[in-house]
Design a protein around this ligand. Structure first.
Ligand SMILES: [Zn+2]
Length: 156
């Protein structure tokens, strides 16, 4: 995220909140000139596009990713707020990459890393959820090698 005043590329987030329409409002302070500005990061208005393995592009779909994460966290000690935070963290990382187009593999890895830190069972479930819903950004296809490794690790 570049400062709109001096173009310095380091800013700190002072305040961040999700609003009901899934936009994220962030108050930022530039680490160069210390001026403050607000960003509204909206999927609808500024859609990041996901590059699928076959090279086609689809709009980034936050709700689909949330759906997958919620299913993975079913009956786990994970609160809706934690899911929000996880999703928010993944989104900020995607936005902070500054790219308009993101390989689906990258998104999958971000979700996987975040879930692994949060809850191991949810992490393993996430894998199987995405195997069933093969249209979800083609995560399944992209993540299959990782899932195979995971399953071998968990052989009882
Ligand atoms: Zn600045």
């Amino acid at each position: 995220m570049r400062c709109p005043f001096c173009r310095h590329d380091e800013t700190k987030v002072i305040d961040s909140r999700n609003s009901q329409d899934f936009s994220i409002r962030r108050r930022r302070e530039c680490l160069g000139c210390e001026r403050r500005f607000t960003t509204y990061e909206r999927m609808e208005e500024s859609p990041v596009r996901v590059i699928k393995k076959d090279g086609t592009r689809v709009p980034f779909d936050r709700n689909r990713i949330r759906f997958g994460i919620e299913k993975a966290c079913y009956k786990r000690p994970v609160s809706p707020e934690q899911i929000d935070q996880l999703l928010g963290r993944v989104e900020s990382l995607i936005y902070e990459d500054g790219e308009r187009e993101v390989p689906s593999r990258r998104i999958g890895e971000l979700v996987f890393n975040a879930l692994r830190d949060l809850d191991h069972v949810a992490f393993v479930r996430f894998a199987s959820v995405y195997r069933e819903f093969q249209d979800v950004h083609d995560f399944v296809e992209e993540l299959q090698p990782m899932l195979n490794i995971r399953r071998r690790d968990n052989t009882r």
